[in-house]
Each structure stands twice: as structure tokens, then as C-alpha cells.
Design a protein around this ligand. Structure first.
Ligand code: DGY
Length: 331
């Protein structure tokens, strides 16, 4: 960074110590040591003086907030891969640059997708609960007890074949699944060949033919309830769905109904439509062994969070050095 006054950076959540130390060195950083999520009023106040806002997926950076920002706010350097919590068009109108932290969450999120597939098909949580909640009820091994479903040989249908979808496909192939995918456009022929992947132009047709549906597309107005009641109803009764992307891509109420009626065999969800609230009906389904629920942990690794922090720092430094930040979303 050239010799200029350190940029005033407002960080909305507690970040890993190493990241905060570096931010303190490089910026006039206002940190959130106690990690209390900031209220909208506090954010409104912060954007009056900050030059850089570092939000996370738990903040709502809407048009009201962006329009209320002072002229000094130049950059929203999100500590996230997804930017659905930011009104990027409103930021673009104000000439505020938005950056994110892609790539560094890909492998961890793909791992968690596989964890959910295994957890649902092999009944991991149910089995573990027997031992942790009522060990005396375990009568020992039995040929017919706690049977799950074999992973190998199943067909996975990946909705959204971007970085994370492709990383899921690589893992799934290694476990003997056949790869099917739906995406706005086909991936390049070399990737398709490597993964022996079948492209489905029609999401409806893919949903009707696969055993596992994995949601890996971003949340945008176009993907809101992409997995609608009508589409979910096309899935086979023996099939399962996992979501490590965003809750609002699935019509959650419709999914609950189909799980209750056993028209879909199971769900593995790391994300929900109204986080941090989880629909009690989903919790009930989890207790009945029809769903595995995780509290948005897909990218939650120590390494990943440090990498995300590094990306935020690089984006801020590059911007104030007068260059285009590497992870610029808009404008
Ligand atoms: C992101 O950064 O978009 C992730 O959802 C956080 O896990």
C-alpha cells in the first residue's frame, strides 16, 4: 500500500485472531471482539464514517443502508463467498466496490456436502444418538438393525456446477456415484469427460432420475425456490436432497410436507430459509430420522476462515493501492 492514511475499516463480526492482528497492523480497524451481531442501527451509524465495511453473511447490507452511507464508503469487502446479503446493484449505483472471498471455501463446503450425504444415507446421527442418549437400548449388532443405504452406484444430480458443484462431483465420483448435473451452461468438455458427467438441460428431468440431489448454486433472484413444490414432487420417493448453498433455493415448506409424507426419503440441510431460526417441523423430522440438520457449518474450518481473512485483506489493500481488487464482484 502506498503511504496514505490507513483506511478506516469496520468489521462486523469477530474474526480469527491472526486476521484481526493483521488488520490492526494495516488498517484503522474497528473490530467486534465480543462477536455480538451488529444491529441495523449500528451498521447505519458505521457507514457514516467507515471507508470500508467488512460484513459477513449474517449482516443485511440492503439499499437503505447503502444509500445512507457517507461518500467516504468506497468498498464493501465481504467476508463471504456468497453476496446474497448485499444489494450489489445499490452499491454499484453509488460507485461502491463489492468484493467477496471465493475459492477458499470450495473444498470445505464440498466435504460437508459429502458428510451430509453419508449422514443421511448411513443414518450417522440416529446411530450416534442411540449411544449418547440411551446406550442401554443397544442390544448389540443385529443383521437387520439401523440399516442405511449404500452410497456406491447411486446417481447424484448436482444443481449448480460451479466451483463447489464441481468439487462435490469429484468427491462423489471417487465414492462410486454417477454424476449428473444441471447448470445454466454446460461445463467444458474436459471436465465433463473427467467426471463422466451427464448434463441435463432440463432440471425437471434430472430430478426425476437421480437418487441424491445436491444443491450447489448461488442464491439469486433467479434461484429463489428453484427447488419449488412442483419440482421437489418430481423426485423419487427413495431419493434424498442435501443443501449446503442457501436455504431460500429450496421451498422449505414444500420439502417439509414431502418428507412428512415420505415422498422424499431424507434431507441433509446445512442452510435454512430464515437463519438462525430453524422451522420446528424440520427439527421434528430430524428427531424422526428423516433429516440431518447442521447450523451453517459448510465452510467452518480454521484454515478456511484464515484464508477468507487473507482474501479480505488483499482486496482492501489492492483497492487502496489504486488497483482492481482480485475478487471484485461489482461494479
Ligand atoms: C459464504 O461465505 O457464502 C458461506 O455461506 C459461509 O459459509
Amino acid at each position: 500500500m502506498t503511504a496514505r492514511k490507513k483506511p478506516k475499516v469496520y468489521i462486523t463480526r469477530k474474526l480469527p485472531d491472526a486476521v484481526e492482528t493483521r488488520m490492526r497492523e494495516l488498517f484503522e480497524a474497528e473490530l467486534n471482539i465480543d462477536d455480538r451481531p451488529r444491529t441495523q442501527a449500528e451498521l447505519l451509524d458505521a457507514v457514516k464514517t467507515a471507508e470500508v465495511l467488512v460484513p459477513t453473511v449474517t449482516d443485511r447490507i440492503d439499499s437503505v443502508l447503502i444509500e445512507a452511507a457517507g461518500p467516504q464508503l468506497k468498498l464493501i469487502a465481504s467476508f463471504s463467498n456468497g453476496v446474497d446479503h448485499i444489494d450489489v446493484d445499490a452499491a454499484a449505483k453509488r460507485g461502491i466496490t463489492v468484493t467477496n472471498t471465493p475459492n477458499v471455501l470450495t473444498e470445505d463446503t464440498a466435504d460437508m456436502t459429502m458428510v451430509l450425504i453419508f449422514a443421511v444415507l448411513r443414518r450417522l446421527i440416529e446411530g450416534s444418538r442411540v449411544l449418547t442418549e440411551d446406550p442401554a437400548s443397544w442390544a448389540g449388532w443385529s443383521p437387520t438393525w439401523m440399516l442405511g443405504r449404500r452410497i456406491g452406484g447411486k446417481r447424484i444430480g448436482i444443481v449448480g456446477m460451479g466451483r463447489i458443484g464441481t468439487a462435490v462431483a469429484r468427491r462423489a465420483k471417487a465414492f462410486g456415484l454417477s454424476i449428473h448435473y444441471h447448470n445454466r451452461k454446460r461445463v467444458n468438455p474436459a471436465t465433463e469427460e473427467e467426471l463422466e458427467a451427464t448434463y441435463w438441460d432440463s432440471l425437471d428431468q434430472m430430478l426425476a432420475r437421480v437418487d441424491i440431489v445436491s444443491v450447489n448454486c448461488p442464491s439469486t433472484p433467479a434461484t429463489f425456490h428453484l427447488l419449488s413444490a412442483r419440482r421437489l414432487a418430481l423426485m423419487q420417493p427413495s431419493s434424498i436432497i442435501v443443501n449446503t448453498a442457501r436455504g431460500d433455493i429450496i421451498d422449505e415448506a414444500a420439502l417439509i410436507q414431502l418428507l412428512k409424507q415420505s415422498k422424499i426419503a431424507g434431507a441433509g440441510l446445512d442452510v435454512f430459509s430464515n437463519e438462525p431460526l430453524v422451522n420446528p417441523k424440520l427439527l421434528k423430522l430430524a428427531h424422526e430420522g428423516k433429516a440431518v440438520l447442521l447450523p451453517h457449518m459448510g465452510s467452518a474450518t480454521i484454515e478456511g476462515r484464515i484464508d477468507m481473512g487473507d482474501k479480505v485483506i488483499i482486496n482492501i489493500r489492492t483497492y487502496f493501492d489504486g488497483h482492481r481488487p482480485p475478487n471484485r464482484v461489482l461494479p
